[in-house]
Design a protein around this ligand. Structure first.
Ligand code: 5GP
Length: 210
């Protein structure tokens, strides 16, 4: 039986970081499909859309000027330069969901994660590693979306991103997407049950033992 105790909970911020090509986007998509208690924070970015990407679903694609205006009006919880473009998490994507008890998935880099930790020390940080750098490069090429120059840049940046692995609460190696998803989902489910997040628990226990 689902009790109201389980419902009384503030949503949590669930951060997934990895170098690009480590499978994070796939894991994120699978997690969103597998669990209706978590929604994606759609970031704003100044990078152009890739083929198949939809504005408002994958990113809010904005101009440099628009992004700057959003920075000035305090629209971002965090923002950072990545690959020479700007990316940021919008307050509006996060606050309402959290208040409604819905968890929010953030696909952001180490810079954003550091900033977010300052804003909300309670965030859950998960880092996904590739099984090897050779496999990472193979996956980047298999996407077929980036030029050689971009791939070389992403490989260089991958090492820099990985160097921040110890700043995360959980670190997983993505050898198999299904297996990695199971682990990510287990982390989310366990974090939801943490005593400190269960707003109604004290009253419930009082009702049990007075
Ligand atoms: P991509 O261009 O491949 O979609 O993303 C490049 C990198 O930017 C990824 O590592 C992704 O996690 C990061 N990123 C996406 N959105 C945000 C954001 O809102 N803030 C920060 N700090 N990084 C982001």
């Amino acid at each position: 039986m689902a009790t109201s105790i389980e419902l009384k909970r503030r949503g949590l911020l669930f951060v997934l970081s990895s170098p690009s090509g480590a499978g994070k986007s796939t894991i994120a998509r699978m997690l969103l499909a597998a669990d209706d208690g978590i929604s994606l924070s759609v970031s704003a970015t100044t990078r152009p859309p890739r083929e198949g990407e939809v504005s408002g679903r994958d990113y809010h694609f904005v101009s440099d000027d628009e992004f700057e205006r959003m920075v000035q009006t305090g629209a971002f919880l965090e923002w950072a330069h990545v690959f020479g473009r700007r990316y940021g998490t919008l307050q509006s994507e996060v606050t309402q969901s959290i208040e409604n008890g819905c968890d929010v998935l953030l696909d952001i880099d180490w810079q954003g994660t550091q900033q977010l930790k300052q804003v909300d020390p309670d965030i859950v940080r998960v880092f996904i590693l590739p099984p090897s750098m050779a496999e990472l490069e193979r996956r980047l090429r298999a996407r077929g979306t980036d030029s050689e120059e971009v791939i070389a840049g992403r490989m260089e940046r991958a090492a820099a991103e990985i160097s921040h692995w110890a700043e995360y609460d959980y670190v997983l190696v993505n050898e198999d997407a299904g297996d990695c998803l199971d682990k990510v989902h287990s982390i989310l489910k366990a974090e939801r049950l943490k005593r400190a997040r269960r707003v109604g628990l004290t009253d419930f226990v009082r009702s049990l033992i007075g």
